[in-house]
Design a protein around this ligand. Structure first.
Ligand code: ADP
Ligand code: MG
Ligand code: ZN
Length: 482
């Protein structure tokens, strides 16, 4: 029997706020354990939480970017469970009245839209360490770092619309792009700013009803999301093919071995004894505040991609590459503004050379060659003053030297010679130096011309335009016999 995979993702995103969700502790990564804590985020009796306005704004912005319906009225609820990283004994989350519902995300290059079920605000828990920071093992013991307790999170729950590991990875990468465009999160997966639980089930092809799912917890890289889902699909296929049933359970992914393992049976909502948090008033968003956030939404990647293709006549691929990151798209637009007639050339330079250089130097877009100098260089190529290979040399040279391209071109002796008599001289001396090849050419072996062009270019130290050299050689060699 052939099965279809059905996948829904629950994604946790750390918001890029200055302070935590319900107290004034700083929201920063990497501090000494247990230095960013206070009586509120440790849940001391008698303390009271106050919702962080910036977190609400960022969560709302993200919800709007995903096309969700944002509720003017939502409710914080306590999700009760015991775990050593949760000092209060409950997590403040949202339950039956979340901040936002609905919405969708389009996958790359597909018409498929993955529907979003809901988006809500909550707080993070602390972190258990099973070895001493630095790597010394701690057999039989765990340490707890409460710094992350109370860090603002948004949870985004998709509908079970994904059908493969590749689609799930694509969804997550697209979501990651939206986080960076909206500047709502740093999206740093290594630091845990973006974590994902994957719900996976199978059903016979053609069946409408959903199969029993397993939930794989806490996947922390794009690659591991895909690997865990692939493994689950294989595991569940074997179970169903053997005529057995999939257990509804929560599983962990062991990245080293590439397998998932049973953690516990599936918990149900009623296990958590959700109830509205009596310490927090309902979250009210005024119409004015919503309207302000709507007005402040940046142009989103899919809109920008379409605009770039239309406005600048770019190929779909270039438009996609240039809008992959907001900073890169802005770099492109500020360059084109300086050289409006050459959008395609500028796009080419950025997609190929600038990105390669950034990658090699492991640099951010803000560290790239300033657009004024990039544009000056592209303009020289466009005017025929510089061959494109020479331009690449100049480009690498001026990235860090701070020179302007004209100065570098002169220093490196790369200015393209367009003086016809000079070029003719190189052509004539080449023909004189290679009489055998010249003879071959004249007797009809036209391919020899390529060799002679190469030799003449050498004489010019690469400063001549190959097309001009070819014309000069043809003049020097005389017409081909017909
Ligand atoms: P639970 O109550 O078990 O957490 P939810 O209905 O809240 O389940 O859904 C959690 C996530 O699991 C959502 O992303 C949803 O799309 C996905 N999901 C629900 N049922 C299935 C299923 N049968 N197979 C795969 N994913 C599912
Ligand atoms: Mg769940
Ligand atoms: Zn605190």
């Amino acid at each position: 029997m052939s099965f279809e995979a059905v996948i829904g993702l629950e994604v946790h995103v750390q918001l890029l706020t200055a302070s935590k969700m319900f107290c004034r502790c700083p929201n920063v990564f990497g501090a000494e354990p247990n230095t960013l804590i206070c009586p509120v985020c440790l849940g001391y009796p008698g303390t009271l939480p106050v919702a962080n306005r910036q977190a609400v704004d960022l969560a709302t912005t993200l919800a709007l970017a995903l096309g969700c319906t944002v509720k003017e009225h939502s409710v914080f609820a306590r999700k009760n469970y015991f775990y050593p990283d949760l000092p209060k004994g409950y997590q403040i989350s949202q339950f039956d009245q979340p901040l936002a519902e609905g919405g969708s995300l389009a996958l790359t290059g597909e018409d498929a839209r993955i529907r979003i079920h809901r988006l809500h605000l909550e707080e993070d828990a602390g972190k258990l360490l099973h070895e001493v920071p630095g790597g010394r093992p701690l057999p039989g013991q765990s340490l707890v770092d409460f710094n992350r307790c109370g860090v603002p999170l948004v949870e985004i729950v998709s509908e079970p619309d994904l059908r493969s590991a590749e689609q799930a990875q694509d969804y997550l990468q697209t979501l990651h792009q939206v986080l960076l465009y909206t500047r709502t999160s740093d999206g740093n997966m290594e630091e845990g700013s973006l974590r994902c639980d994957a719900n996976v089930s199978l059903r016979p092809r053609g069946e409408q009803r959903l199969g029993t799912k397993a939930e794989v917890k806490n996947l922390n890289s794009f690659r591991n999301v895909a690997r865990a889902i692939q493994y689950e699909i294989q595991r569940q296929t074997r179970i169903l093919e053997a005529g057995q049933v999939v257990a509804p359970e929560t599983r962990s992914f062991e990245a080293g071995e590439g397998v998932t393992r049973t953690l516990r049976g599936k918990e149900e909502a009623h296990d958590y004894r959700y109830f509205p948090d009596p310490d927090l008033p309902p979250l009210q968003l005024t119409k004015e505040r919503l309207a302000t956030l709507v007005a402040q939404l940046p142009e989103l990647p899919w809109t920008r991609r379409r605009r770039f293709a239309e406005q600048y006549g770019l190929s779909a691929i270039d438009a996609r590459e240039l809008t992959s990151a907001r900073e890169l798209a802005e770099y492109f637009e500020s360059a084109v503004a300086l050289l409006p007639g050459a959008a395609k050339a500028v796009a080419n330079w950025i997609v190929n050379e600038v990105r390669r250089e950034l990658k090699e130097r492991r640099s951010e877009v803000r560290e790239a060659l300033p657009v004024e100098r990039l544009v000056a260089l592209v303009a020289m190529v466009e005017r025929g003053e510089l061959s494109s290979s020479a331009a690449k040399e100049v480009f690498t040279a001026i990235w860090t030297s701070g020179e302007n391209p004209q100065a570098a071109v002169d220093r490196l002796g790369l200015r393209q010679v367009s003086d016809e008599s000079q070029i003719q001289q190189w052509a004539d001396s080449t023909v004189a130096a290679f009489p055998a090849q010249a003879e071959q050419y004249r007797s009809g072996k036209a391919q020899v011309l390529g060799f002679l062009v190469g030799q003449a270019m050498k004489r010019s130290s690469g400063s001549a335009q190959p097309a001009a050299v070819q014309a000069a050689l043809q003049k020097s060699l005389g017409p081909l016999p017909s």
